[in-house]
Design a protein around this ligand. Structure first.
Ligand SMILES: [Zn+2]
Length: 414
């Protein structure tokens, strides 16, 4: 029996109609916190901005169509929520009576598509539109993927990366103006593609991936910082990145970063520049770290897939080679890991210092960071965390007998 397959190719010259439809769901309130919800069919590129004249937030949903146009009056402190659309994009503007604090929208996968959630806060203390910088912290590997293994030193990469990630999370979490998000919080497996998708879903302002490598030569040691490139800049970077490729795991609700990079070359170029800037800031701090040697003195390029988002500045740090006994001991110990976390924090902070958007509030009016003291904190450890002398903290905050208490808000100049 012979079967003939007839293939008919139909070329369509109609304009592409975007299948991703945006709809307004509603506003909910709880204790002066507000949540504005929208629905999408799949994850979108959303450009979110605020303005102080008038007090408003605009959300530009790229390549989406509105289910219907609307201009809906709301209760105080929200005035109204208004839609409009341009050729390919839908724009939502939310107007307020007074300035509010807000978070960039989250895109949460549900059975029926994507729930878009915009969180707002309202209080008399807020003098201008304000939001936190969202830092995505990606602890490399996890679960059935251990990463590098150094049996002779009894250490595996996935444990080290999570400990450093948690340390960095702690500092950012307790410092005003930052909202850290852990890509993985425990020893669970996450596909590489899901990691940058998570950054997209959480509207990350930056993405930092933490690793610790191993090499066949035990003498090779030190830290290095990488940013993404199609063409890796060095052979060592090439061999590193090819090891890290695992199967692609993007589903129908996910955002196609590869396609987006070709569609929005300007956005991607900007991201590349910002990634390099962030990488340099982190590297500058690692150079100052007395515990850590540098494996590479410049920011390196590699095609690490986790770093490939269209618009979110992304860096990957190899905190050392656990195949080297000196590095293994350094990263097994809390002081060594804390130094990596500190370099990351200071690098991140210096990056934002140069990229302070109008609505960030990382520094107060006098240029201080504000840290909230946690249970178990001692001044000497806070000083190490921020890389400042203990006496600076004591003098700035008029602390007597080094006595601090949980919940105390202290100012730090860095
Ligand atoms: Zn790794």
């Amino acid at each position: 029996m012979k079967r003939n397959l007839i293939v008919v190719l139909i070329f369509s010259f109609h304009q592409v109609v975007f299948s991703n439809q945006l709809d307004f769901v509603g506003v909910s309130e709880k204790n002066k916190s507000y949540d504005i919800e929208f629905s999408l069919e799949k994850t979108a590129l959303i450009v979110a901005q605020s303005s102080n004249s008038p007090f408003s937030i605009s959300l530009e949903f790229k390549e989406t169509s509105l289910k219907e146009d609307f201009d809906l009056k709301q209760n105080y402190p929200i005035k109204n929520i208004k839609s409009s659309s341009s050729e390919n994009d839908s724009i939502i503007e939310i107007f307020f009576y007074e300035p509010i604090s807000w978070q960039k929208p989250q895109q949460i996968k549900t059975e029926n598509g994507i729930k878009v959630s915009l969180s707002l806060g309202h209080s008399k203390e807020i003098k201008k539109m304000t939001r936190e910088a969202i830092v995505m912290i990606d602890a490399g590997h996890g679960g059935r993927d251990p990463g590098a293994i150094a049996k002779s030193h009894n250490v595996i990469e996935k444990d080290i990366t999570l400990l450093i990630a948690n340390e960095l999370f702690r500092t950012l979490e307790d410092t005003d103006g930052y909202k850290p998000v852990l890509v993985r919080e425990d020893d669970s497996f996450i596909y590489l593609d899901q990691r940058y998708q998570k950054a997209r879903q959480n509207s990350g302002d930056i993405f930092v991936s933490i690793h610790a490598d191993a090499f066949s030569l035990p003498s090779v040691k030190g830290a290095a910082v990488y940013i993404w490139s199609d063409e890796a800049s060095s052979n060592s970077a090439k061999s590193l990145s090819s090891k890290k490729v695992s199967s692609v795991r993007v589903d129908e609700f996910d955002f196609d970063e590869d396609l987006a990079r070709s569609k929005y070359p300007e956005i991607y170029e900007k991201k590349k520049g910002k990634s390099l800037q962030l990488g340099k800031k982190v590297l500058d701090q690692l150079k100052r770290d007395p515990y850590t040697h540098l494996h590479k003195k410049r920011v390196e390029y590699a095609d690490f897939r986790v770093l490939k988002s269209l618009d979110i500045p992304s860096v990957l740090i190899e905190s050392g080679f656990i195949s080297n006994s000196e590095d293994a001991e350094r990263l097994k110990g809390k002081p060594g890991r804390r130094m990596i976390a500190r370099s990351l924090f200071l690098g991140i902070n210096n990056y934002f210092k140069e990229n302070l958007e109008d609505d960030f509030f990382i520094y107060d009016a006098e240029g201080y960071l504000t840290y909230t003291v946690q249970r178990g904190d001692v001044l000497s450890e806070i000083a190490i965390r921020f890389g400042v002398p203990v006496m600076d903290i004591i003098n700035t905050n008029l602390i007597r007998d080094e006595a601090i208490f949980p919940g105390q808000r202290i100012k730090i100049k860095i």
